[in-house]
Design a protein around this ligand. Structure first.
Ligand SMILES: *Cc1c(COP(=O)(O)O)cnc(C)c1O
Length: 889
């Protein structure tokens, strides 16, 4: 029989156990081992580590068990300790507070928006790397005391769960998530009624949402949920699934996230007395409408659209996460137009001002589309990619928005991603480290706060990760084997469950007991399945792979996992190919595909592998984070030098798979070259090193690499390091810029920009000459100084409005300047008869060989973050640039 109504009966905890309630409702348990152990002890049978949830666990404890625990002095002692620890964690000063006390000018608050958050398996609101990164960002911010507010959507079905058909075809399931059974609380008004966020939709409809609160340590995460009674059925489904539905549906999701999200933040701050955030950070473009909502908020205060835009830009940080065009949301302009302007949401914000923000105004751009990443860049004064390489790729990719500038000058910086170590370091690894430095310090080290060198010198405690150098070879190797063994057990359990679901009878499955071997070199490969990640590259030469798996002395075993997007049949075919290969009785004991990759699986998988494999099509992996999580557990990386591995690769940490990136080969040939290189690396380098045992029977060189990975790579890949970089390089400057924009200043800045834009057509470099230090003959001596004199037309602007620069450096055969340096030229002696300004200055070439320079004019204003900000530059034209670009050879 089906119930007509559903509700949740909450447990009443006996008085002594009350503190369990707060411990269960703060997700810090998910990265605090001692708290987790406390819940496990409450019901060792009912606690399933993979998707354990203390809220559910408490709900299922019998009255008898509760009474028993309430009388267990030892348990209550642990409970009191965990409770006190949480209270201290929540209220004590941390890195951020120390920075402020030391005088650092930091924002009062930061709102961090993301379409998905992977905080714990118990709150399945993520599809992959983007969401897990967002979860790690919140946790690291919490550890460091950064006053962040997370903003997202609560998807009633989350992302799909993956199973396989008998034939190995991906099946998707969307379990219903009841927020009452999740570690969430409804945000309520002071009178107890649920807080509401409302958006106006075309045709007089409206979209209502309630707001759920997840406590991520010190950080509140607000999740908007459209499944409320006030909504018509269509609107109730807006937050049904992550990345589901067509573009109308996605637009509504993104409006709710961006616009509704700002309103949820305002509500939260009002109800809790939290200071309003000074900085808004949008993790990828999906939440970009948040900028429009903030413009709407500001306009009634007497700012026009342009001035409000300046204020919003100053306080916004945009992070781009993908160089793959399919990863960027683009909407039909008409669709966006229908939802904004006076007829829709945001009355008073003219739709004809909104549309240009998302227009792809670069060559090859599609005029009918509204691009969320492009809008993200226009609404944020500061933007970044997520690894050094991805920063460079993004500058190139978006350079069309800054015509006339070299890609190197495009104002997109990079902050390399990191991972939250307390979440991703296996308890076994943590214990080994804690044995060296003590538990408190081990927690501190993993949270990525800066090192206090003085304390460590005074107390003689090893500095951070160096402690690992003190751990013996045997201990490290025992740990590695232990982790591998645990993975083997986990793989068999999951494989068994998967085969049962695929319809196999228990009698057919005896072979699963022999799957994987705790002493064989174990390679892991798990990720979403977009084509650029090349799930099946390893299958390119199946015979060769089989030989590697079944090698008589140096065998390998491989664990693979990954979900294909539900609409991506190509990806599902790749999954099926892999599953079919792994189903083959000849190799099924050495290669497995595990369905339903998620955080719970990942936490077991990374530590249990010896080698983490990644073979994307370079440079399409923006950063990649799974290899970082593996490294933190002493797993070595075997990867194409893409994303983070491009900047931190070191032969002590693993191996680089050579790439045919940039060479003129087609994709098929490229796969062949790169897969051959992969096989050869495994056969000649990786496996021999693993099986090369020294005098003590240990693989000495391998262990040395494990140690080096932990000591030298570990500290770099931390989310704490990443969040500190965001604070120092992006949030703090954004807050300062935002504070500088008093209404009058914002109006002036907007007016100045308008004036400069209007006048720019009249700005030109009219005449360039070298007056001393003769380079006219085409050569100059090193050390000689050339005096330049330039005539500039300013089209009615004043010298204060611009900067005139010499750009100089080595030139290639096409006269392109590489490694350019810039030197300012100074105004000298007013205007000539043709209203041109004279500028002068010296140029001293600092290198021999082909050298060249040019002169350019840029807008200049103290409130610009970079001189490329307006995308305006005047360069000499061929005809007028007499003497410009003088070359010396
Ligand atoms: C870390 C992680 C990812 C992202 O890994 P990439 O290396 O960026 O592909 C995806 N899914 C899960 C479950 C993860 O833990």
């Amino acid at each position: 029989m089906k119930a007509i109504r559903r509700f949740t009966v909450r447990p009443v905890l006996p008085e002594p156990l009350r503190p369990l309630h707060d411990l269960a409702r703060n997700l810090r348990w998910s990265w605090h081992t001692e708290t987790r152990e406390l819940f496990r002890a409450a019901d060792p049978e009912g606690w399933r580590p993979a998707d354990a949830d203390p809220v559910r666990l408490l709900g299922s404890l019998s009255a008898g068990r509760l009474t028993e625990l309430a009388g267990d002095a030892e348990y209550l002692g642990r409970l009191a300790a965990a409770s006190a620890d949480l209270a201290e964690y929540l209220d004590g000063p941390r890195w951020y507070q120390e920075q402020r006390a030391a005088g650092a000018e930091l924002p009062s608050g930061i709102a961090y928006f993301s379409p998905e958050f992977g905080v714990t398996a118990a709150l399945p609101q993520y599809s992959g790397g983007l969401g897990i990164l967002a979860g790690d960002h919140l946790k690291a911010a919490s550890d460091l005391g950064v006053p962040l507010i997370g903003v997202g959507l609560l998807y009633r079905h989350g992302y799909f769960r993956q199973t396989l058909s008998r034939e190995g075809w991906q099946q998707e399931h969307y379990p219903v998530l009841d927020p009452n059974e999740l570690p969430l609380d409804l945000v309520r008004e002071a009178d107890g009624t649920p807080a509401r966020v409302v958006l106006a939709l075309p045709g007089g409809r409206s979209l209502h949402a309630c707001v759920w609160l997840a406590r991520v340590g010190r950080v509140p995460l607000l999740l908007l949920d459209s499944d409320v009674e006030e909504n018509a059925p269509g609107e109730r489904d807006v937050t049904d699934r992550l990345y589901g539905g067509g573009s109308d549906h996605r637009l509504l999701q993104e409006m709710l996230l961006g616009i509704g999200g700002v309103r949820a933040v305002r509500t939260w701050c009002r109800l809790t007395g939290t200071p309003e955030p000074e900085v808004f950070h949008t993790n990828e473009g999906h939440a970009g409408f948040l900028g429009l909502e903030r413009i709407r908020e500001l306009m009634p205060t007497g700012l026009d659209f342009e001035a409000a835009l300046e204020v919003v830009r100053a306080g916004t940080v945009f992070t781009t996460h993908t160089p793959v065009p399919a990863g960027i949301d683009r909407f039909d302009r008409g669709l966006v137009a229908r939802h904004f302007g006076d007829e829709g949401e945001l009355p008073g914000v003219p739709v004809e001002k909104i549309l240009p923000l998302g227009t792809e105004t670069y060559p090859g751009g599609e005029p009918e589309l509204f691009n969320m990443a492009v809008m993200g860049l226009r609404l944020a004064q500061r933007a970044n990619g997520v690894s050094t390489l991805h920063g460079a790729v993004s500058r190139e990719m978006f350079s069309g928005l800054w015509p006339g500038f070299d890609p190197a000058e495009v104002p997109i910086t990079s902050v390399t991603n990191g991972v939250h170590a307390p979440t991703w370091v296996a308890p076994e690894v943590f214990r080994l480290g804690a044995g060296q430095v003590g538990e408190g310090r081990a927690h501190q080290v993993l949270s990525g706060g800066p090192v206090d060198d003085e304390t460590s010198a005074r107390t003689g405690t090893p500095r951070r990760w160096d402690a690992v150098t003190g751990i013996g070879d045997q201990e490290i190797w025992d740990l590695r084997r232990d982790l591998r063994g645990r993975l083997v057990t986990e793989v068999r359990r999951r494989l068994y469950a998967s085969w049962r679901r695929r319809g196999a009878g228990t009698a057919e499955l005896g072979w699963i007991d022999g799957v994987l071997d705790p002493d064989i070199l174990t390679i892991g490969f798990a990720r979403r399945v977009p084509s650029y990640k090349r799930l099946t590259l390893m299958l390119r030469d199946r015979d060769r792979l089989r030989e590697l798996l079944l090698h008589p002395t140096h065998p390998i075993q491989i664990v693979v996992a990954g979900k294909a997007h539900p609409a991506d049949d190509g990806g599902k075919r790749l999954v099926q190919e892999l599953v079919r290969f792994a189903d083959d009785p000849r190799v099924r004991h050495r290669i497995v595909f595990l369905p339903d990759y998620g955080m719970g699986m990942a936490q077991k998988l990374y530590p249990g592998c010896d080698v983490w494999l990644n073979n994307p099509l370079r440079p399409l992996e923006a950063c990649g984070t799974s290899g970082m999580k593996a490294a933190l557990n002493g797993c070595l990386n075997l990867s194409v030098r893409d994303g983070w591995w491009d900047e931190w690769f070191d032969p002590d940490f693993g191996w680089e798979i050579p790439t045919a990136d940039g060479s003129a080969v087609d994709e098929d040939r490229r796969d062949e070259l790169e897969s051959n290189a992969l096989y050869a690396l495994i056969e000649d380098r990786v496996a021999p090193r693993f099986y090369d045992r020294g005098a003590g029977g240990l693989p000495d060189r391998w262990i040395e690499m494990v140690r080096s990975t932990l000591v030298n790579l570990g500290p770099k890949v931390l989310a704490g390091r990443m969040v500190r970089e965001y604070v120092e390089r992006l949030y703090a400057p954004a807050a300062r810029a935002r504070r500088a924009l008093e209404p009058a200043v914002a109006r002036d800045l907007a007016a100045w920009k308008a004036k400069v834009r209007a006048a720019w057509r009249g700005v030109s470099v009219d005449h360039v000459e070298t007056v001393a230090g003769d380079a006219a003959g085409g050569s100059a001596e090193l050390g000689a100084t050339l005096a330049l004199r330039v005539r500039i037309a300013l089209g009615g602007l004043e010298p204060d409005d611009v900067e005139v620069q010499v750009v100089a450096g080595r030139v290639d055969s096409g006269d392109a300047i590489a490694d350019a340096q810039t030197f300012p030229l100074k105004p000298a002696g007013g205007q000539d008869l043709e209203d041109r300004w004279l500028y002068e200055g010296p140029l001293t070439p600092d290198r021999t060989g082909p050298y060249g320079y040019t002169v350019r004019v840029l807008p200049a204003h103290r409130l610009l973050a970079t001189s490329a900000e307006l995308g305006l530059v005047a360069l000499p034209t061929e005809a007028t640039g007499e003497g410009a670009g003088v070359l010396m050879r």
